[in-house]
Design a protein around this ligand. Structure first.
Ligand code: HSE
Length: 437
């Protein structure tokens, strides 16, 4: 059988990694796919730029439209990132009857509903394993491996750059900007690194995971997103003292009122495996009613880990090239006509525990005032720590609460903040036990 011809959009970090993996492992890959796979046509913004891969035998162009309309190409691999041009090219590829593989989480999270619908009509596949958690086959695990389960919740460290920054700051006392610059050098960070540090990249990925876990349309605009830029060394140290790690977590949970969809810094008990996932590594914890807890771990960014997922998708597409479109695994795991309209919960309605850090005057009654405000709002305290500063008659109060509704916590925090004895803002970081108790 003739080799399958692939057209590549983008020859940067992931594009270069994909060329290298396909060339280096060509024999093993064709034994698995049942036929050879060659990249015949590739586009790049500047075809004369130095690359991490060899491009001999590949027709190079600066015109991506030429790739998506090339009659020889059966599979288009989109690795240019961004949403505007990428959306246009992917829709054009689909219209031209090409199957598509993409690592573009923003594209899938924001335009996936439109793209899958177009692909469905045309009978082509759009595969996006590399869009979430780099090299970890998490899409396949949830969509296929856990297909017998009712998924109850999932929680993941799904941004490698953010995890790398938090780890280096904690372990090596490095400053935020120098670690971020290193992540950019290593090809981990997004073109706009605020996507990494402000949680947007993680929210794109969580949106995709929630859709395939719960059978709901992609709803990125309803995700609650909070980044890591306000995390201080002080909070990292107090969390450690109390037996927790601070991780930037994406959490999605099915509740009786709707589905939680939220990304924020989170205290996690240190004894949880996921609390010990450091550096650029990602991990996703998925709780299914039949299987219980399952944990998926691996490199969440970088040229070859991401290429590993891209190549797996190419092989999946090659294997189904002759399969009846009706019998393929649905894009979002559930049959398109069976997607549910369960609402996404507003962050106010989410139930979680909290870590609070309050700077206050060290005088009689301060603690009583704070604890009675919490009690009036139905918030129960789990543990507390008070640090006196000595000289300035000030103290830092750390409170860990039991689970409560976020709107109650917001009301309590407004009242605590308004107390004369409280200085500045109260730091609030959400806390999840992830069933470690
Ligand atoms: N910027 C992303 C990260 C790349 O750091 O996780 C992989 O999606």
């Amino acid at each position: 059988m003739k080799p399958v011809k692939v057209g590549l959009l983008g020859l940067g970090t992931v594009g270069g990694g994909t060329v290298n993996v396909l060339q280096r492992n060509a024999e093993e890959i064709s034994r698995r796919a049942g036929r050879g796979i060659v990249i015949s046509h590739a586009s790049a913004r500047d075809i004369n730029k130095p690359r991490i891969c060899k491009t001999d035998g590949i027709k190079l162009t600066e015109n991506p439209i030429g790739v998506v309309t090339d009659p020889e190409v059966s599979i288009v691999v989109e690795l240019i990132g961004g949403v505007t041009l990428a959306r246009e090219l992917v829709l054009k590829a689909i219209a031209n009857g090409k199957h598509v593989v993409t690592a573009n989480k923003a594209l899938i999270a924001k335009h996936g509903n439109e793209i899958f619908s177009a692909a469905q009509k045309k009978g082509v596949m759009v595969a996006f394993e590399a869009a979430v958690a780099g090299g970890i086959p998490i899409i396949k695990a949830i969509r296929e491996g856990l297909t017998g389960n009712n998924i109850e919740w999932l929680a993941g460290i799904i941004n490698g750059t953010g995890n790398f920054i938090l780890t280096e700051m904690r372990d090596k006392q490095r400053d935020f900007n120098s670690v971020l610059a290193e992540a950019q050098r290593l090809g981990y960070a997004e073109a706009d690194p605020t996507f990494d540090v402000e949680g947007i990249d993680a929210a794109h990925k969580l949106t995709i995971l929630a859709s395939i876990a719960f059978g709901i349309p992609l709803q990125f605009e309803k995700a609650y997103t909070e980044g890591i830029s306000k995390i201080t060394r002080e909070d990292v140290d107090y969390a450690t003292e109390l037996g927790f790690s601070i991780k930037h977590l994406g959490v999605s949970r099915r509740t009786k009122n709707g589905i939680e969809l939220r990304v924020h810094p989170t205290l996690i008990p240190k004894r949880c495996l996921i609390a010990n996932v450091d550096g650029v590594m990602n991990a996703v914890l998925v709780e299914g009613d039949a299987v219980g807890s399952t944990l998926y771990y691996g490199a969440g960014a970088g040229a070859e880990p991401t290429a590993s997922a891209v190549v797996a998708d190419i092989v999946d597409v090659v294997r189904v090239l002759t399969t009846d479109p009706e019998n393929r695994v649905p894009h979002l795991a559930f049959q398109p006509e069976s997607l549910s309209d369960t609402p996404i919960l507003a962050i106010d309605e989410v139930e979680t525990a909290y870590y609070l850090r309050i700077a206050a005057s060290d005088e009689t009654g301060v603690l009583a005032n704070i604890t009675s405000i919490l009690a009036e709002n139905n918030i129960s305290i789990d543990s507390m720590l008070q640090k006196e500063h000595g000289s300035d008659n000030k103290s830092t109060i750390i409170i860990i609460t039991h689970t409560t509704i976020e709107k109650n916590m917001n009301t309590a925090l407004q009242k605590i903040h308004a107390l004369d004895v409280v200085d500045g803002d109260v730091t609030r970081i959400r806390l999840e036990h992830l069933d470690a108790d």
